[in-house]
Design a binder for this molecule. Sequence first.
Ligand SMILES: Cc1cc2nc3c(=O)[nH]c(=O)nc-3n(C[C@H](O)[C@H](O)[C@H](O)COP(=O)(O)OP(=O)(O)OC[C@H]3O[C@@H](n4cnc5c(N)ncnc54)[C@H](O)[C@@H]3O)c2cc1C
Length: 252
Amino acid sequence: MTESNPSPIPPAIRWQKVTISKIEKRTSRVSSFFFTPSEPFSFRAGQHVEVRLTAPDGYRAQRAYSIASAPEDSGSIELAIEKLETGEVSPFFHEVAQVGDEIELRGPIGGHFIWEHADGGPVLLVGAGSGVAPLMSMIRHHANQRSSVPMLLLLSSRILEEVIFRDELLALDAKKGAFQLVLAITRETPGREGDFGRRIDTPMIAEILRRLPSSLKRAFICGSNPFVTVASEALTGAGVAPGSIRTERYGQ
Ligand SMILES: Cc1cc2nc3c(=O)[nH]c(=O)nc-3n(C[C@H](O)[C@H](O)[C@H](O)COP(=O)(O)OP(=O)(O)OC[C@H]3O[C@@H](n4cnc5c(N)ncnc54)[C@H](O)[C@@H]3O)c2cc1C
């Protein structure tokens, strides 16, 4: 009689210890936390991880965070975490966590909200707030691959100062290559030509679609629940086929 070994837990759902290697302030409310995995970690642009914190009394809290780093940078996992004053886990990262600390993480998770260079385009990315995180992974992947696939990020923010990854996005846009950045600034007058000074709506999406060199292949929308609902409606209102839209909702 032969006994079969119990099937091993797939790496994506097995918790592993990760160490915070760097913390970088992005805006007044968002910081990037860089983690060094203890086991090999590979992922596709758009996927997320779960982090788990355990208090000395054994109480545990677990939350999902999108991976903002590029799949090509597999030695480090970047999470851009927004501080919610009354939240449980995000204030821990902003007020307590320090470089050298160890936490638990598992992933990558998610098979739907993914873009890889081979998927082609044109691709429209639509985000608000920390919802830019998985889109940033796609944009960095696009840049690392020196992709000629047209990719446009429409990013909504109250003011320019609050745009996460602002300098990196502006620098990529300035290359005038296949990537374009368009900002929808809602509480101040936009300073750049081609940006909008209002919330995302159907006429804005219609105008954005005209800026693409050919018809849209796939759209990715990420942010809070209300934002994703409004942006999805704006896209379908502008004639984008619902089947080509993929969404990631952060809750609330
Ligand atoms: C797939 C996915 C990816 C995500 N990626 C990111 C990311 O990249 N960056 C990011 O910043 N976030 C991301 N999120 C959101 C993240 O998972 C957390 O929800 C977020 O950080 C808030 O967690 P928290 O513990 O700080 O707040 P929580 O403690 O969960 O509280 C959230 C809000 O709910 C309120 N609340 C809590 N309990 C109650 C209650 N009983 N009654 C009324 N109100 C209550 C709090 O006041 C707070 O405003 C993602 C979510 C998903 C699903």
